[in-house]
Ligand binder design. Structure first.
Ligand code: ATP
Ligand code: MG
Length: 439
């Protein structure tokens, strides 16, 4: 099933994720069971990709913070480039958000506090992320956030001198209005994206397609029309913070300090007692616990090429376990067991995708790639894999491209259309064992 990619390391057969310039794979160390994510960047996609990937690594390697994915090394094998990253087993943040509902306030606050902590660290180093969104925020084993994807990151302050940025980059629903006009200041633009993420966390929806006057939702927000969704779903303290974060004028926008001082951020919330059990996990431990301290040390300055094998052996946090690579793949919520066998399940999915008007094709013997449009008429691509596990057949959906929240809406709709074959057992990775190879 596994393919030996680098001596001593196995590459898991299915992907952790897909990005604009390539795929992200899980590697496991044969001897120790340690896990690492490998982002493959295809520099042929367009002329600037090589430089961009170099910049991504150069910036990323300077970062050393618990709320940020660590990068361990880079390997160049033209036309491909490989980035070796700390593996985030908890999946992506959007996967935790219930579409149109959001998260309980306590959870939203906990994630948001961690996001602001990570962003504050980046800004202190003079680094802007420029593509903050739930798809780029991953989770560790303890449900702590890990900011990832530094493909758009840049340095905005060097030796105390700040420069304005002018590259229009990011993802439209999360982008600050001034970024579309440029030049813009880096810090308020990132904090705007954090504001949109907070709306997504609290309400399960995005407030607008883009922050331009042509968008009625954005015009309404600027005109103070808050008597409609998503604003009616948040309480006055959260709304107060959002009004300061999603302030059109970057100069009047909340700073990290004013966010920290806001009543909603400081508010002491009590556990609703309902959500911590999502994965059957107890409440995550406080930061700084023994489990939380990675023993990773930063690559030595100037050491551009770091060799796998030697680099990981002593630097990767201890993540050894007896899980199979498939079990180690992220704890996604977009999956379910069915009573039908693999072939029957594939037939049902084909029928269902046709009836939904999706475009689909097989991209593996039991994986289908599905294309449709999201609410904003933007392309949405996801993969559906039908996996034969020891006892049951598992149907696993993974976002390839597009809005995570809309992907979840489609997933819920698909699941609702299969009531007769759904098997009501939790996806418990500790007992499930893969019995087939996955393309
Ligand atoms: P895009 O430009 O489309 O945002 P990208 O090419 O920059 O993508 P990433 O966002 O870095 O790629 O990674 C793509 C996906 O791969 C992520 O959304 C995530 O699902 C998965 N992924 C990336 N890094 C890791 C990691 N360290 N651990 C687990 N999964 C990861
Ligand atoms: Mg990304």
């Amino acid at each position: 099933m596994d393919q030996q990619f680098i001596e001593g390391w196995d590459k898991a057969p299915n992907l952790l994720g897909e990005g604009a310039f390539g795929e992200v794979h899980l590697l496991t160390n044969r001897a120790t069971g340690e896990a690492v994510a490998m982002k493959v960047i295809d520099t042929r996609i367009h002329a600037g990709v090589y430089e961009q990937a170099r910049k991504e690594f150069t910036i990323h390697r300077r970062l050393d913070n618990d709320s940020i994915i660590r990068v361990y090394g880079v390997r160049k094998e033209p036309p491909l480039m490989y980035l070796f990253l700390e593996y985030a087993p908890g999946g992506e943040l959007y996967d935790k958000i219930e579409p149109d509902v959001g998260l309980p306030q306590l959870e939203a606050q906990r994630y948001f506090r961690q996001i602001i902590g990570g962003v504050e660290y980046l800004h202190r180093l003079g680094i802007a992320h420029r593509d903050l969104k739930p798809e780029n925020i991953l989770l560790d084993n303890h449900d702590n956030i890990k900011i990832s994807d530094f493909g758009m990151a840049t340095i905005f302050r060097l030796n105390g001198v700040e420069r304005k940025l002018d590259k229009r980059c990011g993802t439209l629903p999360y982008i600050a209005p001034e970024v579309l006009r440029g030049p813009y200041r880096a810090e308020p633009a990132d904090l705007w994206s954090c504001g949109v993420i907070l709306v997504a966390l609290l309400t399960g929806e995005l407030p607008w397609d883009e922050p331009t006057p042509t968008q009625p939702e954005y015009r309404g927000w600027r005109d103070g029309k808050i008597g409609r969704p998503p604003w009616v779903k948040v309480d006055s303290l959260a709304l107060g913070l959002l009004q300061r974060l999603l302030q059109h004028a970057a100069g009047r926008r909340a700073t990290v300090q004013t966010i920290r001082d806001s009543a909603w951020f400081k508010r002491r919330l009590r556990s609703d007692g309902d959500r911590w059990s999502l994965d059957g996990c107890p409440p995550p431990p406080a930061r700084g616990g023994a489990d939380d301290v990675p023993s990773f040390s930063q690559p030595a300055a100037g050491a551009d090429e770091l060799l796998l094998g030697t680099q990981f052996q002593n630097t990767q946090p201890g993540t050894a376990s007896s899980q199979t690579p498939l079990q180690r793949l992220v704890k996604r919520m977009t999956r379910f067991f069915v009573t039908t066998n693999q072939a029957e399940t594939l037939d049902r999915l084909k029928e269902l995708f046709d009836s939904c008007g999706y475009t689909w094709r097989f991209t593996g013997s039991c994986t289908m790639t599905v294309q449709t449009l999201d609410r904003r008429k933007m392309p949405l691509t996801f993969k559906a894999s039908v996996l034969d596990m020891t006892d049951h057949v598992l149907v696993d959906f993974r976002l390839s491209k597009g809005c995570g929240l809309d992907f979840k809406r489609h997933f819920i709709r698909i699941k609702q259309k299969l009531p007769d074959i759904l098997l009501n057992v939790p996806v418990n990775w500790s007992v499930a064992a893969a019995t087939n190879s996955v393309p």
